[in-house]
Design a protein around this ligand. Sequence first.
Ligand code: SUG
Length: 425
Amino acid sequence: MSTLVEINFDGLVGPSHNYAGLSLGNLASAKHGGSVSYPRAAALQGIGKMRHNMALGLVQGLLCPLPRPNHGFLGALGIAEPADETERRLRAAAWSASSMWTANAATVSPAPDTADGRCHLTAANLVTMPHRSQEWPDTVRQLRLAFADSAHFAVHDAVPACFGDEGAANHMRMATSHAAHGLEIFVYGKHTKDSGGGAFPARQHEQASRAVARLHGLDPARCLFVEQSGEAIAAGAFHNDVVAVANERVLFTHELAFADPEGTYAAIRAALPEAEIVIVPASAVSLADAIASYLFNAQLLTLPGGEMGLVIPLEAWEHPAVRAWLDGMLASNGPIRRVLPVDVRQSMANGGGPACLRLRVVADPATVDPRFLLTEARADMLEKLIAKAWPEQIDPADLGRDSLAASVIAARAALLDALDLSALA
Ligand code: SUG
C-alpha cells in the first residue's frame, strides 16, 4: 500500500520581514514599499495557517528562515555603508525575509514521476530579483537536511544562472491521485513585446524548466511546457501561481493565464483524460481583480474525506466579484467543494498568498527528517518563541541598524536551537 501523501512545507516568516518594495512586477510589493511591517504578527499568521491546515487532517511541514541580514551578499557587492538609493535598496535586499515564500524554494517531482523512483527537488536560482538570488545556496542546504534520505530523495543545486528559475510557483502537477504517475506542467514567460509583455520581467525561462525536467528524469511524454500569457505578466502575475493552481485531476485557472489557453487545455486533456478544468472567465473576475485578491494563489487541497478544498486569502473572500464567483461555484456541482479563507495579510502585502507560503512535496512522511514536520505541541512552542523573540515592527528606515540586526540574528538562532537545527546556523 502506498504511503505517499502531499506534505505542504510552509516557510516560517523570518524576523526581518519588511516592506522594501523590491519586486518589480509584484504590485503588492510596490504598493507597500516603505510601509511599517509587523514580523511577529506575520509569523504568527503563518503558524495560524499551518495549524488551520493541520486541523483539516493534513500533514504539515515547515522550513526555517534564512540568515539575514546577509553580510556575505553585501560584502560581495562591496557595500559597507550605503552611499546612495541604489545601495540602500541592495542593503534592503540583504535583509529580505523573502525565503518565507517556499513555493519559490524548489521545483519538486514526486517519486511516481521520475526515472529512478525517487522524489527530486531542484533549488530555484531566483536570479531575476537580486533580493531573491541570494536564497538558493542556503535553501539547498536546508533541503539536503530535510530530505537527506537518499533512498527516497535527490536534491539538486539550482540550474545555471543564465536561465531564471522560480521553482514550484511556475510548475503544476496533475494526476489521478498524488501517488499516481503525474503530468508535470511547466509554465514559462517570454520577454517579447509580441506576447503582450515587456513592462515587467518574465521570471521563469523555458530553458530552466526544461533543465529541471531533465535533471528529475521525467518522461517527456508526461511533461508539458506552456507559455504564460504576456497579458497576465503585464497585469502583475509575476508567477503563474497568481493565476492558476492544480491539484490531482483539477486545474483551477483564470481564462487569461496562458498564452494559448485552448491549446493548453487540449494538451492536458490528451495527457490526462480525467482532468477537470475549472475556468474563471474575465467577465466574472477580471485579471486585475484576480491579482489584487489572489483568488488563485490558493492551496487546492485534497481533504482526508476525498473532497477538495480551496484555502484562499481573506482578501479574496472579502472581494465582492470574487465572492460572487465563489458562491456560484460552491452552489454548483463542481469539483471544489469547500472554500477556506485564512488570514495571511502581512505576507499578502508583499505579494505572497497561501500558495506562495508553501512547497508541496508528495512523499511518505516517515522518510522526511522529523525536525521539519509540525505538530500541535511544536506549533505551541513556536508561537511562544515568536511572541518573545520576533521584532514587533520594522520601519524600512531601520534596516541597517545594528541593534535591529542583533535582535533578528538572535531570534533566528533561538528558533534553530528550539528546533534542534543549529546545523543551519
Ligand atoms: O518574489 N515578494 C515575493 C513574493 C513571492 C510570491 N510567491 C509566489 N507567487 N509563489 C516575490 O516577489 C517582496 C519583497 C519586498 O518588496 O520587500 C517579495 O519578494
